[in-house]
Ligand binder design. Structure first.
Ligand code: KIV
Length: 272
C-alpha cells in the first residue's frame, strides 16, 4: 500500500460519501485524467477523483467539453483507475452518450463501468435526463448529478456567466436536485451558482453537494491543472491557486535547455 498523507486509508465509497455528509465531514474532490497525476493526488488524500470531460479542454486543447468521445473517456478513466487505491473514481459520461435515449445511456454506462473499473458515473442535467439516470441506477451503477453551469450545454447558455440568478431557474435547480436525490444519486455537483442557492440545496438534500464556484457546500471540486497553476491563463473568481506549476515547469525546462546546450548535462556522474 502506498504511503498516504491521511490517516484514514480506507477506500472511499459512495456510501462513505453520504456518511461524510451526515457526520459534517467535508469532501475534497479534484479532476485527474492520467496515471501519474492520479497516483499523486490519491496519495495526498483526495476523497474523490473525477475523470472529467474537461479532459477535452485540458488534455486535448478543445474549446469545449463537447468533442470528447466515450472511447477517449474510457482511455482516461482506465489510466486513472490503475493508479488509485483510496479515492472514489467518478467518470463523466461525455456529451451525446446519454441524451438520445435511456437505453443508449445505460448501454454506454455499462461499457464505461466494464472497461474502466471506475466506481461511479457523472451526468449533467436534471428532469430532462431523469429516465437515463434511473436506468443507469437500476443497472446498479452509482450516479453523481451535475447542475448549474453544465458545460455540455454551453452552446445553449451562450455564456459562462453564473447560472440560476433568476428565481425560475433557481427553483428548477432545486426541483432537479430533489429529483436526482429521489432517483438515487449519491451526490450532486453544483457549478457556478449563487452561494445562497447552493446553501439552500445543501440544507434540503441528505446526499452531499459538491460545489465548484457555488461557495461553501458539503465538498468542493476543482480541475487539478487549474488549482496547481498549470493552466495559468485561467483565473475565474472561484479558483484558488495552490501552486504555480506553469512557472516551476518553465523554469526547470529552461534550465535543462541551457544545460544541454552548454554541455553541462550530462556530467560524469550521469553517465554509465
Ligand atoms: O469535467 C469536469 O471537470 C467537471 C467539473 C468542472 C465538475 O465536470
Amino acid at each position: 500500500m502506498a504511503n498516504y498523507l491521511v490517516e484514514d486509508t480506507r477506500k472511499v465509497t459512495t456510501h462513505r460519501c453520504i456518511e461524510m455528509k451526515q457526520q459534517g465531514k467535508k469532501i475534497a474532490m479534484l479532476t485527474a485524467y492520467d496515471y501519474t497525476m492520479a497516483r499523486i493526488i490519491d496519495r495526498a488524500g483526495i476523497d474523490i477523483i473525477l475523470v472529467g470531460d474537461s479532459a477535452s479542454n485540458v488534455m486535448a486543447g478543445n474549446f469545449t467539453t463537447l468533442p470528447i468521445t466515450v472511447d477517449q473517456m474510457i482511455y482516461h478513466a482506465k489510466s486513472v483507475v490503475r493508479a488509485v487505491n483510496r479515492a472514489l473514481v467518478v467518470c463523466d459520461m461525455p456529451f451525446g452518450s446519454y441524451q438520445v435515449s435511456a437505453t443508449e445511456a445505460v448501454t454506454n454506462a455499462i461499457r464505461i463501468m466494464k472497461e474502466t473499473h471506475c466506481d461511479a458515473l457523472k451526468l449533467e442535467g436534471g428532469e430532462e435526463i431523469i429516465d437515463a439516470v434511473k436506468r443507469i441506477l437500476a443497472a446498479g451503477i452509482p450516479v453523481c448529478g451535475h447542475l448549474g453551469l453544465t458545460p455540455q450545454s454551453i452552446n445553449k447558455f451562450g455564456t459562462y456567466a453564473v447560472r440560476a440568478r433568476e428565481q425560475a431557474e433557481a427553483d428548477k435547480l432545486v426541483a432537479d436536485a430533489l429529483l436526482l436525490q429521489e432517483a438515487g444519486c449519491f451526490a450532486i455537483v453544483l457549478e457556478k451558482i449563487p452561494a445562497v442557492l447552493c446553501a439552500r440545496v445543501c440544507s434540503q438534500l441528505s446526499i452531499p453537494v459538491i460545489g465548484i464556484g457555488g461557495g461553501p457546500a458539503d465538498g468542493q471540486v476543482l480541475v487539478g491543472q487549474d488549482m496547481l497553476g498549470i493552466n495559468d491563463g485561467f483565473k475565474p473568481k472561484f479558483l484558488r491557486h495552490y501552486a504555480n506549476l506553469a512557472e516551476t515547469i518553465a523554469d526547470a525546462v529552461s534550465q535543462y535547455v541551457s544545460d544541454v546546450k552548454s554541455g553541462d548535462f550530462p556530467n560524469a556522474n550521469e553517465c554509465y
